[in-house]
Design a protein around this ligand. Structure first.
Ligand SMILES: *[C@@H]1O[C@H](CO)[C@@H](O)[C@H](O)[C@H]1NC(C)=O
Ligand SMILES: *[C@@H]1O[C@H](CO)[C@@H](O)[C@H](O)[C@H]1NC(C)=O
Ligand SMILES: [Zn+2]
Length: 356
């Protein structure tokens, strides 16, 4: 009998779910007037401001230490002050070094919007015994890029065209392995949050006539995961099997178009490479991409599909990767400005934000 009830909900869900993803997949980027594009790309770039945003994150951020909590609090208050609703996903897990407290930060602009465009990074840093590890590219800079984009776009969120899509920032905790990368010693935060949102029902308020239910995880249109960014000469590929190769092409087109307008010229080589890539890197997107596999209802696994992912990671990894030299000296600001501008314009086009 309980099975029948579950099945009933399941039937409603699948049809609603199908519609939901279709709406997300057919989402059109807005065409922006050239004046808005230039404002987003040129006027909203300010290296002094970026460095100020980044500075408080450029400290060792070992999970469950005072400095790590301080960085988390900084991210939270920064976004709260911009008008984002912030929430901690706090939990404990067992690590090779014993039990640790973790907390993911979720910041959402317009919580009521049924769908979300997600930007994500991880804010913990790797433990390198006996050494000071700032982990500038891994991922202090990606997190700072998200704050910078949030700060410049937040004032325009009220007037965005895509009112049904909110902007959500996720700061994962415990991405790094405490010792060596294994299925249980890595991705602590993203595994926890994906599972939690897989089990949370979300009743869609936008369609009160149709009984419509979805999972919290299905509210995500696309998860843009930023990682290992900030060093010179990055190359970000269009990875197959992530459900967003077309959207990645559009992101690469944004870079080409911005070059054509003349507002991007500090670095010569393009960063976003449209060509399909087979370089699958294990990172915080995996639990979202592979969602459904943990569900007890077999049917559900079958019809569910992963959250579409834009994995904005450079391959090969920066040469400083997982070394103490991944610090301020590893950063190349013309590259950071370039990438931030492209992502900012892409987000603005996704949400339909056209600053005058
Ligand atoms: C850039 O940011 C700095 C620090 O926030 C600020 O003082 C300065 O006025 C900004 N420059 C421009 C041109 O907006
Ligand atoms: C669903 O399951 C059936 C039978 O197990 C299989 O043949 C089919 O390929 C699956 N569909 C997907 C999309 O995985
Ligand atoms: Zn790392």
């Amino acid at each position: 009998m309980s099975f029948a009830i579950i099945l009933g909900i399941f039937m409603c869900t699948t049809s609603a779910w199908g519609q939901w993803r279709t709406n997300q997949k057919t989402h059109q980027l807005s065409l922006l007037p050239e004046s808005s594009t230039l404002r987003l790309c040129r006027d909203f770039t300010n290296q002094t401001r970026f460095k100020e945003i980044l500075a408080p994150i450029m400290v060792p951020r070992i999970v469950d230490t005072p400095q790590h909590r301080q960085v988390g609090d900084y991210l939270q208050s920064f976004l709260h002050n911009l008008g984002f609703a912030t929430e901690w996903d706090a939990f404990t897990d067992t690590t090779p070094f014993g039990t640790r407290n973790f907390r993911n930060l979720i910041a959402t602009f317009d919580e009521a919007a049924p769908r979300r465009l997600v930007l994500a990074c991880h804010y913990d840093s790797k433990i390198i015994p006996g050494q000071v590890m700032i982990a500038a590219t891994d991922s202090a800079v990606p997190c700072a890029m998200m704050l910078d984009i949030a700060q410049t776009l937040a004032p325009y969120m009220y007037k965005r065209v895509a009112q049904q899509v909110g902007l959500q920032l996720i700061f994962f905790d415990g991405e790094e392995a405490f010792r060596d990368w294994t299925a249980t010693d890595s991705l602590y935060g993203s595994r926890h949050l994906a599972q939690k949102w897989e089990q949370k029902w979300f009743p869609s308020s936008s369609s009160l006539n149709n009984f419509e239910l979805s999972k919290e995880i299905d509210r995500i249109d696309v998860l843009m995961l930023l990682d290992l960014l900030g060093a010179a000469n990055p190359s970000i590929g269009n990875t197959i099997g992530m459900g967003a190769t077309e959207l990645f092409s559009q992101l690469a087109d944004v870079e080409l178009n911005l070059r054509a307008t003349g507002c991007l010229n500090a670095i010569r080589r393009n960063v976003f490479n449209k060509q399909l890539s087979y370089n699958q890197v294990e990172d915080d997107h995996i639990p979202f991409l592979k969602r459904g596999k943990i569900n007890v209802i077999n049917f559900y696994v079958n019809i569910s599909s992963g959250v579409p992912i834009l994995h904005l990671i450079t391959v090969p990894f920066p040469s400083v990767w997982h070394r103490s030299s991944d610090n301020a000296n590893a950063l190349h600001y013309p590259t950071i400005d370039h990438m931030t501008a492209v992502i900012r314009v892409f987000v603005a086009k996704y949400l339909g934000i056209a600053p005058a």
